[in-house]
Design a protein around this ligand. Structure first.
Ligand SMILES: *Cc1c(COP(=O)(O)O)cnc(C)c1O
Length: 381
């Protein structure tokens, strides 16, 4: 039987994206400058409330500029959540700084405040105050906002909030992207809204936004000729991509609803399956966008069914699933940098699986996923 592939994630267009792209063509604003950029930034600023947003050509670029805005230079120490996508950590190395990786805690799977403080104390005892803390809202679940902020403030270290996966999530009613000293979003093809490729840097002052745009557009001094007093970057978003972003902002709420429906589908599917837990937020303070639905498998309770067995059973039926992010301290490229904590992130990686969570999955797709799972766990419903 030939069946279509069910992807882990796929973009979903709202309908007006092409209209806004057409506007860029009609007005000949085919550049990283023009009305679509202003509108898209305005939409994001309105959504967040009182913050300032500069849209860029990737989330990675936003993290790179964020570290620069927070003063990171060669030789500095930057603390980073170990369990994340490599794009959280790579810009530390772009700047010649040294990453120090931190374990997760088991409730949100994000930065462990205890291991974080240990790392800071240790670094300070060696005469180096870490320059920035990179905290990530993994899979759209807010990190422990208060505990992390308390540690950061105690040692006067700013937070770069990697909210690449968490547009639309909130904690105690406050939106993700507004907690850090600087924050970032990603609009990559797999994220909750996409501009095909893109990102944003979020700051709490107009001056900082202006500085981000200045650096992102080659750091041109105010002169009739090309004059530069600083090293710049070519990181601004194109108006074509910003047009897609405008259309996507109109359906962000819809996407969050569809993601939540996928999460509810999995919660129901695994409800009676022993040894498999669908990830749930710790309490009602946390509102996740459920960008990706994930499960943890405890093989001792599943008669030896591991996450790899589940993954392969799905693959057999042309359904994509993926292990959770492999922690940075276990990556060949990063394994020689310092690491603080225990084995929580490593254990999550061993036992966790991301399940198809696209906004355009159909009832038939869900049935196919359900059949594989029920057959594998020999369940009848
Ligand atoms: C996607 C992602 C990024 C990078 O964003 P790009 O737009 O792909 O460069 C950074 N951090 C995390 C946690 C991500 O998931």
């Amino acid at each position: 039987m030939q069946t279509n592939k069910i992807w882990l994630l796929a973009p979903r267009m709202g309908g007006n994206e092409q209209k806004y792209i057409q506007e860029a063509f009609d007005s000949n604003w085919i550049a990283p400058l023009g009305p679509n950029l202003d509108y898209f930034e305005h939409d994001l600023e309105t959504y967040l409330g009182s913050h300032h947003v500069a849209v860029l050509n990737s989330g990675t670029a936003a993290i790179h500029l964020g570290l620069i805005l927070l003063g990171v230079q060669a030789g500095d120490v930057v603390i980073c959540q170990s369990m994340t996508f490599s794009a959280s950590a790579n810009p530390i190395l772009y700047l010649g700084a040294t990453p120090v990786f931190i374990d997760s805690e088991s409730e949100t799977w994000n930065l462990c405040p205890i291991a974080l403080e240990e790392a800071i104390i240790d670094s300070i005892s060696k005469g180096v105050r870490p320059k920035v803390i990179i905290a990530v809202h993994l899979y759209g679940t807010p990190y422990k906002i208060e505990a992390i902020r308390a540690v950061a403030n105690k040692y006067a270290i700013p937070i770069l909030e990697d909210s690449a996966e968490a547009l639309g999530s909130s904690y105690k009613g406050q939106k993700c992207g507004t907690f850090g000293d600087v924050a970032v979003f990603s609009f990559n093809g797999s994220k909750i809204i996409t501009t095909s490729g893109g990102g944003a840097i979020i700051t709490n002052s107009a001056a900082l936004k202006e500085r981000a745009v200045f650096l992102a557009t080659q750091a041109k001094d105010d002169a009739p000729h090309y004059q530069h007093s600083e090293i710049g970057y070519n990181y601004r978003m194109s108006t074509i991509c910003a047009g897609i972003g405008r259309g996507q902002m109109e359906v962000l709420g819809q996407h969050i609803g569809l993601k939540r429906a996928m999460h509810d589908f999995y919660a129901e599917l695994f409800k009676d399956i022993k040894g498999v837990a669908v990830f749930e937020v710790p309490n009602t303070n946390y509102e996740a966008n459920y960008w990706l639905s994930t499960i943890l498998i405890h093989p001792k309770e599943t008669n030896g069914i591991t996450r790899e067995i589940v993954r392969l059973a799905l693959e057999e039926e042309n359904i994509e699933s993926r292990p959770l992010w492999k922690p940075m301290h276990l990556q060949p490229v990063f394994c020689n940098y310092p690491y603080y904590g225990g084995s929580i992130a490593a254990t999550l990686f061993d036992n966790g699986l991301c399940l198809p969570s696209g906004c355009n999955l159909t009832k038939a797709d869900c049935d196919r996923i359900k059949n594989v799972i029920l057959k594998l766990f020999r369940k009848r419903k």
